[in-house]
Design a protein around this ligand. Structure first.
Ligand code: GDP
Length: 412
């Protein structure tokens, strides 16, 4: 596959949430469905009902990595850990910088909470395209529409409601998919294949579904000219055209697709993964990264292409029991080879690249090199700290010129 084609199938995403809204649970379920923690087809009938918790214990999985790679429907999803606490403003901003899109997870009872509000505003600053997942619809007091209204009132978001729930609390059994105008009913808590069945929209929800579909199309027409034109002409708009328009609007930061379910019960996670692939940007969809020359002033651009000079940002340092110091790097342009020499252009120091690792939730994989769009961990960097730029010694660039505000002290 050509490099650009491969890059088009990458989604570097973060999951942002107020503490307790379900970020960890959602991440775990994503890994579950993407086969990291469970291989579909490997399991016999009897074992297929094995409980998630049992599997988790059996495999001893905890997600501690700053970036975790998984595969979904022929796409690569890299989940970058986004700190949820407002007191780590610098870390939040830095993680927002290295991802291309994000999923904001809300507690369906509490709605929009202060930490989400904070991170949302920071994401606004860096133009990070975002979609929303209203979680915990099984909880007593869950109110999907209230949460959507809070997105408008508190976040100034433009929600594109793509699903409405069928039932809430103990009766939450599925959603109406407003693009396909069909019902997706959740199949069970430990379903390994498709976690929903496709059915007709329940009769009692027909009016509400029609009303929300109309709203979806109106909002889409407001933010997308192609849809507006067809809408005004009264022309039919195909599912593919609707999806393409949602993708354009999301990437442009004009709207936020909204989906819902209950991650805890494995409800709605697969359609959410489909939406990540369908609507969030690849590294090719985001503008070239802006930096400066080493004078700190002359503007320089680095396009997400392997033919550009290498540039990357060190965004996190972790110590691994076996590997020692690991520096997580987002590669923005060019190729990074293990064993090569690069320059830490922030500190004006030469650095030798040791081994390069692709980090997964439960394993790591050594790679000879990394390309534009990749997020990898590098061994052997001595002088590099978070926020430093690494670049091709012949073409140095400084990518992070942010000045951070004083850390915000959170008050409980
Ligand atoms: P985080 O702090 O955002 O990472 O939240 P967690 O994923 O740790 O979830 C916080 C708590 O909410 C845990 O006890 C979860 O089991 C629970 N939880 C997560 N998702 C759901 C859900 O869909 N429904 C219900 N009822 N509980 C959930």
């Amino acid at each position: 596959m050509a490099a650009a084609d491969a890059l088009a199938k990458v989604r570097n995403i973060g999951i942002m949430a107020h503490i307790d809204a379900g970020k960890t649970t959602t991440t775990e379920r994503i890994l579950f469905y993407t086969g990291i923690t469970y291989k579909i087809g490997e399991v016999h009938e009897g074992a297929a009902v094995m409980d998630w918790m049992e599997q988790e214990q059996e495999r001893g999985i905890t997600i501690t990595s700053a970036a975790t790679k998984c595969e979904w429907k022929d796409h690569t999803i890299q989940i970058i850990d986004t700190p949820g606490h407002v007191d780590f403003t610098v870390e939040v901003e830095r993680s927002l910088r290295v991802l291309d899109g994000a999923v904001a997870v809300y507690d369906g009872v509490a709605g929009v909470e202060p930490q989400t509000e904070n991170v949302w505003r920071q994401a606004d600053k860096y133009n990070v395209p975002r979609m929303c997942f209203v979680n915990k619809l099984d909880r007593t007091g869950a109110d999907f529409f209230r949460c959507v209204q809070m997105m408008i009132d508190r976040l100034n978001a433009t929600p594109l409601v793509l699903q409405i729930p069928i039932g809430l609390e103990g009766d939450h059994i599925g959603v109406v998919d407003l693009i396909g105008m069909r019902a997706l009913t959740w199949r069970g808590e430990t379903q390994k294949g498709e976690d929903y069945a496709v059915e007709e929209i329940p009769a009692e929800l027909a009016d509400s579904a029609a009303e929300w579909r109309e709203k979806l199309m109106e909002t889409l027409a407001d933010v997308d000219d192609a849809v507006m034109e067809k809408y005004l002409e009264g022309e039919e708009i195909s599912v593919e055209e609707i999806k393409a328009a949602i993708r354009r609007a999301t990437i442009a930061g004009k709207a936020n697709p909204v989906l819902c379910g209950s991650a805890f019960k494995n409800k709605g996670v697969q359609p959410m993964l489909d939406a990540v692939v369908d609507f969030l940007p690849s590294p090719l969809d985001v503008p070239a990264i802006e930096g400066t020359a080493t004078d700190g002033e002359t503007p320089l651009l680095r396009k997400p292409s392997n033919s550009e000079p290498f540039s990357g940002l060190a965004f996190k340092i972790q110590t691994d029991k076996h590997l020692g110091k690991l520096t997580y790097v987002r590669v923005y342009s060019g190729t990074l080879d293990s064993g090569s020499q690069v320059v830490n252009s922030t500190k004006d120091r030469k650095e030798r690249i040791g081994k390069i690792y692709q980090m997964h939730a439960n394993k790591r994989e050594e790679r000879p090199s990394a390309q534009a769009g990749d997020i990898i961990a590098v061994q052997g960097l001595k002088q590099t700290t978070t926020g430093d730029t690494l670049s091709d010694p012949a073409n140095p660039v400084i990518l992070e010129s942010m000045t951070f505000p004083e850390p915000v002290i959170s008050v409980a």
